[in-house]
Design a protein around this ligand. Structure first.
Ligand SMILES: [Zn+2]
Length: 80
């Protein structure tokens, strides 16, 4: 990463710290489980088991991906 890129990503984080994150839903896994992303600093969030919001760690991402595959399989089974 160049120094300019580093400065750029730091200033984005500062923007979020000052104005707040601009969060969008990046992925809908189930009706209760979604992944969210800040369009400015690309920070990722997801729902935890209590229905709250937590940071999307690589472990949680793996669980979400597995759940998504599982739900899609269930859905395609219903259609046949
Ligand atoms: Zn942000």
């Amino acid at each position: 990463m160049s120094l300019m890129e580093m400065k750029f990503s730091i200033s984005k984080k500062v923007l979020c710290a000052v104005f707040g994150h601009k969060i969008i839903t990046s992925k809908k896994i189930t009706s209760h489980l979604k992944e969210y992303q800040c369009t400015i600093c690309k920070m990722e969030l997801t729902n935890d088991e209590k229905g709250g919001i937590t940071f999307l760690t690589p472990e949680l991402k793996e669980i979400n991906d597995a759940l998504e595959t599982f739900c899609q399989k269930k859905l395609s089974l219903k259609q046949h």
